[in-house]
Ligand binder design. Structure first.
Ligand SMILES: CCC(=O)SCCNC(=O)CCNC(=O)[C@H](O)C(C)(C)COP(=O)(O)OP(=O)(O)OC[C@H]1O[C@@H](n2cnc3c(N)ncnc32)[C@H](O)[C@@H]1OP(=O)(O)O
Ligand SMILES: O=CC(=O)O
Ligand SMILES: [Mg+2]
Length: 365
């Protein structure tokens, strides 16, 4: 709960006539948040065919859209959203930064025109709870004027040092908060990190094995090195802050479009640490994110076996059992239930996965 609003006011609409804030953020699958530039005709033309093949389509208005194209991008998004039936696919937008000359027009144009279709507004370069409070109030006023019956949710990008320092208060700043994404490119610049890439690792960020002496006492130069994850600390902080506030963490962009293997590794690290999805910048990154952020058949088989073992013969999930030589108890059951519930949510939107998960046979023992 943020300190700026008293608990009794936290779930009150911030404008007369605005929709009632949600008490719980619905866990809708969002394995890939696919970015497109609505001012780019080729990309825009691809949007209708991407509907149904990706969990989230995001019309990007901020970085990567040329300053001269900001108005065209905003208008393009209104046109695309008005003319497209998004079916099961969510529609998000990334507005311009709060100190930019475009953001006010972004919100005052989009909410009346397509507010009924917009699920989430992504806000870049969020520094603290005050940024979320500003967007929260403005959205409430615009929703009230537009007569919307459900609140538009807010997603913040974690891409400034101050934002990272304030991550907990950002997550708890509004009942609209849906999630956070790591923004490694802006964050690296803001922190004055000495990297030049958009996400991913760096060969210089490593640990080296200790020197080894051969039997005749000579030091071997053959020392293994292990590249480390530059983003581990920030992702871990983000995951904890999001879990504490019941919202979702995401890895952001992976700029090396031509390296799907490293992209998959970076996404998987985020998945294992607790993230629910990542950004896709190019159509080739959509299947990578969908694959990584969907638990494997093997993991679901194991998870169901643990659940079955602890609930066998009317068991209530407490106590300890042995399965394949390993101890399973209340805590491992909870981990397995995370995967089982995720498989159920994904089955509701992905018929191929539904079939795969449904075909899993769980053996006894
Ligand atoms: C770094 C911090 C951040 O803020 S990251 C988020 C902001 N950046 C973005 O949103 C970038 C989005 N992606 C892009 O601009 C492009 O994919 C980039 C990376 C420039 C590559 O484009 P391009 O050289 O055209 O790729 P390509 O020739 O392989 O494209 C093949 C066909 O696919 C299309 N395409 C490309 N990207 C998208 C996309 N994101 N969504 C929909 N369609 C896309 C291309 O237009 C091209 O189409 P066609 O086959 O020629 O008709
Ligand atoms: O907006 C994303 C980033 O990495 O910067
Ligand atoms: Mg950024």
């Amino acid at each position: 709960m943020p300190s700026s609003r008293s608990p009794k006011d936290f779930f009150r609409p911030l404008a007369v006539g605005a929709p009632q804030p949600l008490r719980e953020i619905p866990a809708r699958p969002s394995r890939a948040i696919h970015f497109f530039d609505p001012s780019n005709e080729k990309m825009a033309a691809k949007v209708p065919q991407l509907v149904g093949t990706v969990d989230v389509l995001l019309g990007n208005l901020e970085d990567a859209v040329k300053a001269d194209n900001k108005v065209a991008a905003r208008e393009g998004l209104v046109r695309i959203a008005s003319g497209t039936d998004f079916g099961p696919t969510q529609l998000w937008t990334r507005i311009n930064a709060l100190d930019s000359p475009w953001v006010l027009d972004d919100l005052t144009t989009l909410v009346p025109a397509i507010g009924d279709k917009l699920d989430v507004v992504m806000v870049p370069k969020v520094q603290g709870a005050e940024d979320i409070a500003y967007v929260d109030r403005l959205l409430a006023q615009l929703e009230a004027r537009a007569g919307l019956d459900r609140p538009i949710l807010v997603h913040a990008i974690l891409e400034t040092a101050r934002g990272v320092a304030n991550v907990e208060e950002i997550c708890g700043a509004s009942p609209r908060m849906q999630g956070l994404s790591l923004g490694p490119a802006d964050l690296a610049a803001d922190r004055r990190m000495k990297t030049t890439r958009v996400g991913g690792g760096h060969p210089g960020y490593l640990v080296r094995e200790d020197p080894r002496r051969t039997s005749d006492g000579v030091e071997s130069n053959d020392r293994a090195t292990y590249q480390q994850d530059l983003w581990h600390y920030t992702i871990a902080r983000m995951v904890d802050a999001c879990a504490m506030h019941g919202i979702s963490p995401y890895y952001g962009p992976f700029g090396d479009i031509g390296d799907p293997v490293a992209c998959e590794d970076q996404f998987r690290n985020a998945f294992l640490l607790g993230c629910v999805g990542a950004w896709s910048l190019h159509p080739t990154q959509i299947p990578i994110a969908h694959r990584v952020f969907s638990p494997s058949v093997e993991d679901i088989r194991h998870a169901r076996r643990v659940v079955a073992a602890l609930q066998r013969d009317g068991g209530d999930g407490t106590g300890a059992v042995m399965l394949d030589g390993k101890m399973e108890d209340d805590a491992s059951l909870k981990q397995c239930l995370v995967l089982v519930e995720l498989a159920e949510q994904l089955s509701a939107v992905d018929p191929e996965l539904k079939e795969k998960y449904a075909a899993i046979e769980v053996s006894d023992g």
